[in-house]
Design a protein around this ligand. Structure first.
Ligand SMILES: Nc1nc2c(ncn2[C@@H]2O[C@H](COP(=O)(O)OP(=O)(O)OP(=O)(O)O)[C@@H](O)[C@H]2O)c(=O)[nH]1
Length: 309
């Protein structure tokens, strides 16, 4: 019998035993389109670090629940090869731990480009992992006949379980990825309810959204070791009051973040606010300032307080 859950048909199907659910990591060098892909996959269902999620080992960045499967996407902090300090050691450790633990890895590259940095990322994925090669930005490939030889070139580097060319930005063939990935998840009941959101999760999402805007709008000027700390998060009816500090390592970095006449910081916070209002479906009052904490990136304890493990 196919009993339907009153709020979520997907949960009803779990009773049949055919449901699949698992953790998925999306990895790739900077700028290949990982965030765009995640947003495209989960759309408005962006979630969710639920109360349950805090008892798991992973940071959940999004959940996609389909009729027959639930994908729980988890965060892998980017890794850098240039600086060696506590921050990087901690990040590299986290990356390999997370990858060894998830059920499936989406390894994302750009169509027509397979670089040394891509190979470095690939080398961190454990041999035992199931990996889907996601070739993103196929819309940028002018000569489509180049795609097959390119696929042949990349598949020399590893035995991928599946290969899916797509365009995350245009939303093309993203459903193919979901289709290819579903049978690779383990059988099991859903790990999370859909649209589960807690105060804590909103706080986490606020810091993630702000961090994303900093990365995007500072670009090459992004100071090394920048971090976001949510100092206050209050909910009054449909209004959220958020006070956030951007932590930088050196006094000189402060002016880079603030920009001439405060322009940069104003733009960063206003873009983050607009997206948070959409996400929370309510008004957001977001106040952001910049704080200097010298040497924080080298201080393991400070890292812990900022959420790095
Ligand atoms: N043409 C095209 N551009 C894309 C596509 N997907 C992403 N982009 C663009 O590529 C750039 C990087 O995208 P992100 O999603 O930020 O990439 P990322 O891998 O998350 O980058 P990091 O956060 O730096 O690791 C953005 O300018 C996107 O708009 C695509 O399918 N086609």
């Amino acid at each position: 019998m196919n009993e339907q859950h009153p709020d979520n048909p997907a949960l009803g199907q779990a009773a049949e035993g055919a449901f699949r659910a698992g953790f998925v990591a999306i990895v790739g060098r900077p700028n290949v389109g990982k965030s765009t892909l995640l947003n495209r996959l989960i759309g408005q269902k962006i979630s969710i670090v639920s109360s349950k999620a805090q008892t798991t080992r992973h940071r959940v960045t999004g959940i996609l629940t389909e009729a027959g499967a639930q994908f729980v996407f988890v965060d892998t902090p980017g890794f850098q090869t240039h600086h060696r300090n506590a921050l990087n050691r901690s990040m590299n450790r986290t990356v390999s731990q997370v990858l060894a633990d998830v059920d499936l890895v989406f390894f994302v590259i750009e169509a027509g480009r397979f670089t040394d940095d891509d190979r470095k990322v690939l080398s961190v994925i454990p041999e035992s992992s199931s990996v889907i090669l996601v070739i993103n930005k196929v819309d940028q490939l002018k000569d489509k006949t180049r795609l097959l030889p390119f696929i042949d070139q990349v598949r020399q580097a590893r035995d991928f379980t599946e290969i899916v060319p797509l365009s995350a930005e245009k939303g093309r063939h993203v459903d193919e990825l979901v289709k290819a990935a579903t049978p690779l998840l383990p059988l099991g009941t859903p790990l999370y309810e859909e649209d589960e959101v807690t105060d804590r999760s909103e706080r986490f999402l606020a810091s993630e959204f702000l961090r994303e805007k900093l990365f995007r709008l500072l670009g090459d000027e992004l100071p090394y070791g920048i971090a976001v700390e949510i100092e206050k998060f209050e909910v009054e009816g449909n209004l959220r009051r958020i006070h956030a500090a951007v932590i930088v390592d050196k006094p000189g970095h402060k002016s880079m973040v603030i920009g001439r006449g405060g322009e940069k910081l104003k733009r960063i916070s206003s873009e983050a606010r607009v997206e948070l209002e959409k996400l929370f479906d309510g008004k957001v009052f977001l106040e952001v300032w910049v704080k200097v904490k010298s040497g924080w990136a080298d201080d393991e304890r400070a890292l812990k307080s900022l959420g790095y493990e």
